[in-house]
Design a protein around this ligand. Structure first.
Ligand SMILES: *[C@@H]1O[C@H](CO)[C@@H](O)[C@H](O)[C@H]1NC(C)=O
Ligand SMILES: *[C@@H]1O[C@H](CO)[C@@H](O)[C@H](O)[C@H]1NC(C)=O
Length: 391
C-alpha cells in the first residue's frame, strides 16, 4: 500500500534523531509531547505490520528450524523477498502441539489465526524416530500411517468419532520429518473453534494390525528435543496483499490508478517552497532525483524482543529535484514530462516541478513470535523503494 512508504518515512524522522528533526518540529510543534508522537508513530507502524499491539515478549524459545529455513528461502539478509511467487499467500504460521500426550494425539491452539485469514494449506509435521535397536530386525518394512481428525461423536451422530484426513506408507527404518496435509480439518476448526478436538495418528502393518509402538515412533513434545516437536504449519493469506505499484504504472496511464495523494516526502506539495528547512537545502538543484538509504532498525524501535528476523531493513527513500528537461534516467511518467514542460514554460501559474517518488516497491518478510509464542512468517508489500522516478 502506498501510505506505507509515507508512514515509514515519517516514522524514521520521528524515531531516529537525525538532523532532519525540523520536520518533527514543524509538523508536531509544541502542541504535542514527543512521547505522544512517538507512541502514535509506533502505533501507526504496527498497523503497517497488521497488528494492534506488539506481541508480548517473554523469554523466547528457539524458533523452529523449518521456519528459519523457510525465511531464508523466501527472503534475503535484509528481509527483502527474493521471489514474490515462492509463497502463494502472505503468511506462514507454525504451532506446537499443546497436548504433549502419551498417545499419538495432538492438539493445536489456532486462536491467533485472524478471522479474515484464508487457509491455503495446512500441514502436520511429525518427526519420525528410528526404531529402537531391540526391535530393529523387524519383519515389516513398511507401515501405514493415518492421521484422523477427532470428532464429537454425539454431535455428529457417528459411532467412530474420527475422520480420516491423510494416510500413507512409510518405511519402518526411515527417520526424519513426515508431512501430512490436513487443510480441510484446519479450515473447519477455524470456522468453529469448539470443533477442534485434535488429531489422532495410527500406525498399522500392511495387514492392518496395530504396529508395536516401539517400532514406529514419532517424537513428542514431552520426551524429545524441541527441534523435533510435532508441529502444525499453516500457509494462509490475510488479504492485505496489494497490487504492486510496478504493475499499476506499467503500460498506459489508466485513469484513477495513479492516486492524487501519491505519498511524497513530508515537505512535498504545496507548502514545499515556503517550508524551507535545513533538510531541504541539502538537495537543491544540484542533486537530481535519486534513491538514498533509509535504514529502519527494529532494535531502535524497541521490537527486537519479538522479531526474529531481520534486525532491520533498508527501506530507501527518494530525494532530489526533477528539473526540466527530464531525462529517461529520471524515469518520468508522460504526465511528469508534460508537467515539467508546463512548469519550465510557466504556462500556468502554481505548477511545480514533478516529484521524486518511489516508482518500484519491494516486499519484505518478517519472522516473529506472536502473542501465543508461535513463530509466524509474514510478507508485507511495498516496503522497500526499489527505484525512484519523477512523477
Ligand atoms: C488458546 O490460546 C488462547 C490465547 O493464548 C487462550 O486464551 C485459549 O484459552 C487457548 N485455548 C485452548 C483451548 O487452550
Ligand atoms: C443418529 O443415528 C441413528 C441411527 O444410526 C438414527 O436413528 C438417528 O435418527 C440419528 N440422529 C440424527 C440427529 O441424525
Amino acid at each position: 500500500m502506498l501510505p506505507v512508504v509515507f508512514i515509514v518515512l515519517t516514522l524514521m524522522r520521528v524515531l531516529i534523531a537525525r538532523p532532519s528533526m525540523d520536520y518533527f518540529e514543524n509538523r508536531f510543534n509544541s502542541a504535542e509531547e514527543p512521547k505522544e508522537v512517538r507512541s502514535k508513530a509506533i502505533k501507526q507502524l504496527l498497523e503497517v505490520f497488521g497488528m494492534e499491539d506488539p506481541p508480548l515478549t517473554r523469554g523466547h524459545k528457539q524458533p523452529p528450524q523449518y521456519m528459519l529455513d523457510l525465511y531464508n528461502t523466501v527472503a534475503d539478509v535484509d528481509g527483502v523477498t527474493k521471489d514474490p511467487h515462492l509463497l502463494e499467500g502472505n503468511t506462514v504460521r507454525s504451532f506446537f502441539d499443546k497436548l504433549h500426550s502419551e498417545q499419538v494425539e495432538y492438539m493445536f491452539n489456532l486462536s491467533t489465526v485472524g478471522k479474515n485469514e484464508k487457509v491455503l494449506t495446512a500441514e502436520l509435521h511429525l518427526f519420525k524416530l528410528r526404531p529402537q535397536s531391540s526391535v530393529a530386525f523387524n519383519r515389516h518394512h513398511y507401515c501405514q500411517v493415518s492421521v484422523y481428525q477427532l470428532l464429537d461423536g454425539d454431535k455428529m451422530n457417528i459411532s467412530q468419532g474420527k475422520k480420516l484426513l491423510s494416510s500413507r506408507l512409510i518405511p519402518v527404518h526411515s527417520n526424519g520429518w513426515e508431512v501430512f496435509t490436513i487443510t480441510q480439518a484446519v479450515r473447519s476448526w477455524i470456522l468453529d473453534k469448539s470443533s477442534n478436538l485434535g488429531l489422532l495418528v495410527t500406525v498399522r502393518t500392511l495387514a492392518g494390525s496395530q504396529m508395536d509402538s516401539k517400532v514406529l515412533r514419532f517424537a513428542s513434545g514431552r520426551h524429545h528435543h524441541h527441534s523435533k516437536q510435532p508441529m502444525l504449519v499453516l500457509f494462509t493469506d490475510d488479504g492485505r496483499r496489494t497490487a504492486s505499484l510496478e504493475t499499476k504504472t506499467q503500460g498506459r496511464y489508466d485513469e484513477g490508478s495513479l492516486p492524487a495523494t501519491l505519498p511524497m516526502l513530508p515537505m512535498a506539495g504545496a507548502g514545499r517552497r515556503s517550508a524551507r528547512s535545513a533538510d531541504y537545502e541539502d538537495y537543491t538543484e544540484g542533486t537530481s532525483c535519486q534513491r538514498h538509504p533509509l535504514y529502519v532498525d527494529f532494535e531502535e524501535i524497541g521490537w527486537s524482543g519479538w522479531i526474529v528476523s531481520p534486525r532491520g531493513y533498508n527501506a530507501y527513500h527518494c530525494k532530489g529535484s526533477c528539473p526540466f528537461p527530464l531525462g529517461q534516467n529520471m524515469r518520468p511518467t508522460n504526465h511528469a514530462t508534460v508537467q515539467s514542460i508546463i512548469n519550465a514554460l510557466k504556462l500556468t501559474k502554481g505548477i511545480e516541478t514533478p516529484c521524486c517518488v518511489p516508482d518500484k516497491l519491494y516486499s519484505i518478510n518478517l519472522l516473529y513470535f506472536d502473542d501465543d509464542e508461535n513463530v509466524v512468517l509474514k510478507q508485507y508489500d511495498d516496503m522497500v523503494a526499489g527505484s525512484c522516478g519523477c512523477h
